[in-house]
Design a binder for this molecule. Structure first.
Ligand code: FBP
Length: 700
């Protein structure tokens, strides 16, 4: 070994090659910064103008009409190229503007390109216009913390992931005080427009600010972002206006890269089940896309579990003339049984390994857990609204929190009008493992959302799986299948006749390719007994080494490795799809600003089709809002879109379930998507979910 004292680090660092490979600026970064996303055709015109269309209908919530009267009648705006507008239009368009932009919520790949698109269009219309970035999310608005976004800054971040340029935060602008602080900041900065790049809650903020600042003439526009992919907009007739939020494709591809690698590892070392929890607070879009990308052995889709109906329970209840509500939706126990079934079936063909994908929000779709989440949400919200302090600071430990719940259960016994937490709830809650209780009681985020990423969903589920597999093993059901050829070879090498022992040892001898020990043989002792009963081994004789070895190989060891795919995918560099999508969103948002719009969300229609068909539009936010429970109160928010289990993407994945489980003697059917490639061709240039959901509509 070289003596470290003899190494001249200074000399090494004089070598230009060394300096080059150590530089923060690598080839990938240079290529990304230089990439120029294509523009939707309309943006190649010198101007764009809006045209209101009444082709889309929305079912408007009466609360939205009451609370957002100034923007509720906004219509979808189509954007057209304009070559020779009149002078009044030109002077409005070229007006010197001051625009603010803020990121809100979790990072999503592509955010920097929204800024780049907006910046380029703003400066092209008037080089004296200025763009300000609010720092650290909505807090930057409340505290008037900004930086001016310059061309040098934009060039540093073109086509790069993260929200690093101006950072982000989760503060919600949800009180009259915060709204008035926001107005004050916008006025102080003399802003013409504010752009909020965010998810459902942030676009909700945008709608309320648009309403509040309508008379000030400050335009508020939203841009749909979230890796969760749950901002999808359809009108009341099912026409798609926004197929997916930006960031979804990149995050899903990043998760799929990692999970695809685990499929390779797992089928090489053949000893682990890799349990992969993937982000997606509620909806399972990311898990579904990962399933389609990797063909992992099992992927749970929350929406599918909620849709489940247990035919046996239903029939039993029907025969008894009763209703069994537990027949609808899957229980945690049942789900663990379904997973065990896949594990046992693969083991039977010698595959005691595999990959399971679990969406982080799966518990939301398990009835019994959802009830706890709702009840605890309202208990915490109630406590916070009636006390000066806060639930989590008053009851910092789990013990103190459960003691508070116990008191509530006691109260329900004394006061029959108090029903939110009764003795049964308390009893059921107390049998949950501590870490899960802690997870369910975890602090809600600023929007009152349950923080699924803080709960070890996979641990809860896999704990049940582990227990049930033990039972199945004791019952002789969970066993590793022994290759027939291997069995013959081993016995012959041991000088034994395989055909003499085979029928005694195995339940499927000699036809099956993988032989399964009889269910009654669960230990060396029972193995010896079985052979003794058939006169194949004497009482005082020891077992043949080859038979003992074969038996040992059939005993399953269920070894797991847990992985969480979330923050890594949020920070990945965007795919080309997301680069192009977000740059055009930035151009779109400027088109909306230049034409005086407010209370709209920039979007690209036809995203699910080829780029040549992409159409920039403005979608009115207020008509998309409805009432949802937040912090124990019904509140107006933008509706999230869950996985539609009737659409092709899910139906196709369901049709492939058996093939991807691969519980057969044939090889596994993994698909290895590889890393996100910025250059070159790939068979899918947009999310597979989108391709499938629109398959057959390409020619429309
Ligand atoms: P947004 O909806 O704000 O884009 O965030 C989505 C998400 O990435 C979820 O998938 C995840 O549950 C959550 O953020 C994690 O939040 P946090 O950053 O607060 O840990």
């Amino acid at each position: 070994m070289t003596d470290s004292a003899s190494i001249d680090v200074e000399k090494i660092l004089e070598n230009p090659k060394v300096l080059e490979i150590l530089s923060n600026v690598n080839r990938e970064l240079i290529d990304r910064r230089q990439y120029v996303p294509p523009r939707c055709d309309v943006f190649n015109s010198p101007y764009v103008r809006l045209e209101e269309t009444t082709a889309y209908r929305f079912d408007i919530d009466k609360h939205a009409r009451e609370q957002l009267p100034k923007i509720i009648d906004n219509k979808v705006q189509r954007i057209f190229g304009e070559h020779s507008p009149d002078e009044a239009f030109k002077s409005r368009y070229h007006k010197k503007r001051r625009v603010g932009i803020v990121f809100s919520g979790g990072p999503a790949p592509g955010g920097h390109n929204v800024i780049a698109g907006l910046f380029d269009a703003l400066k092209k219309a008037n080089p004296h216009s200025r763009l300000y970035g609010f720092l650290l999310g909505p807090d930057g608005i409340l505290e008037n913390e900004t930086i001016e976004i310059t061309s040098d800054l934009v060039d540093q971040y073109r086509n790069l992931g993260g929200f690093t340029m101006i950072k982000t935060g989760r503060t919600k602008i949800d009180t009259p005080e915060k709204i008035s602080l926001s107005r004050k900041t916008c006025r102080q900065l003399d802003l013409d427009a504010l752009v909020i790049v965010g998810g459902d809650d942030s676009n909700t903020n945008a709608a309320f600010l648009a309403q509040e600042m309508f008379d000030d003439g400050i335009q508020i526009l939203g841009v749909p972002k979230t890796i969760d992919g749950d901002i999808q907009v359809r009108d009341a007739d099912g026409n798609t206006l926004c197929a997916v939020s930006f960031g979804f494709h990149s995050a899903a591809r990043s998760f799929a890269t990692g999970i695809g690698n685990l499929c390779t590892d797992s089928s090489s070392d053949v000893k682990y089940w890799h349990i992969c929890k993937v982000m997606g607070r509620v909806a399972s879009h990311l898990a579904l896309e990962v399933a389609l990308q990797t063909h992992a052995n099992m992927t749970l889709i929350g929406e599918d579990l909620a849709d489940y109906v247990d035919p046996e329970r239903l029939a039993r209840a029907e025969a008894q003339g009763t209703v069994d509500y537990y027949a609808y939706g899957m229980t945690l126990r049942h789900l663990s049984r379904v997973i065990c079934d896949g594990i046992v079936r693969r083991a039977a063909v010698g595959k005691n390994y595999g990959v399971i994908v679990i969406p982080e929000g799966v518990l939301e779709f398990i009835n019994e857990i959802q009830v706890f989440i709702i009840k605890l949400n309202s208990i915490i919200a109630e406590y916070n609204s009636t006390h000066d302090t806060d639930f989590h600071s008053d009851f910092p430990t789990l013990e103190e929190k459960t003691e508070h719940l116990r008191r509530l259960a006691r109260r329900s016994r004394e006061d029959s009008t108090f029903t939110v937490w009764n003795t049964r709830d308390d009893d059921l809650f107390n049998v949950l493992p501590d870490f899960f209780q802690e997870g369910l009681l975890t602090e809600r985020d600023a929007h009152g959302n349950f923080q699924f990423s803080q709960v070890e969903t996979d641990k809860v589920l896999m704990g049940l799986v582990q227990d049930y597999l033990k039972t199945l093993e004791e019952q002789g059901i969970y066993k590793i299948g022994i290759g027939r050829a291997y069995y013959r070879k081993t016995l012959e090498q041991g000088g034994l006749d395989p055909d003499l022992y085979g029928p005694v040892l195995f339940s499927n001898y000699p036809d099956a390719e993988f032989l399964l020990f009889n269910a009654s043989i669960v230990s060396i002792k029972t193995l010896k007994q079985e052979l003794g009963n058939q006169g194949l081994v004497g009482e005082n004789e020891s077992l043949s080494r080859s038979i003992e070895n074969i038996f040992k190989k059939s005993v399953p060891k269920f070894k797991t490795q847990s992985h969480f795919y979330g923050y890594d995918g949020r920070g990945t560099d965007p795919t080309r799809f997301d680069c192009n999508y977000t740059y055009n969103l930035g151009l779109t948002v400027f088109g909306l600003i230049a034409n005086g719009a407010t209370g709209l969300m920039a979007a690209i229609k036809n995203l699910e089709f080829d780029f040549s068909r992409w159409e920039p539009i403005g979608i009115p936010i207020a008509p998309l809002m409805h009432l949802e429970e937040r912090k124990g109160k019904l509140t107006l928010v933008l509706e999230r879109t869950l996985v539609d289990v009737d659409l092709p993407a899910f139906q196709v994945s369901k049709a492939f379930r058996e093939e991807w489980l691969a519980a057969t003697a044939s090889p596994d059917n993994y698909r290895h998507p590889g890393p996100i490639r910025f250059t070159g061709e790939s068979e899918e240039d947009r999310p597979i979910t989108l391709v499938l959901n629109t398959a057959g509509r390409e020619a429309e």
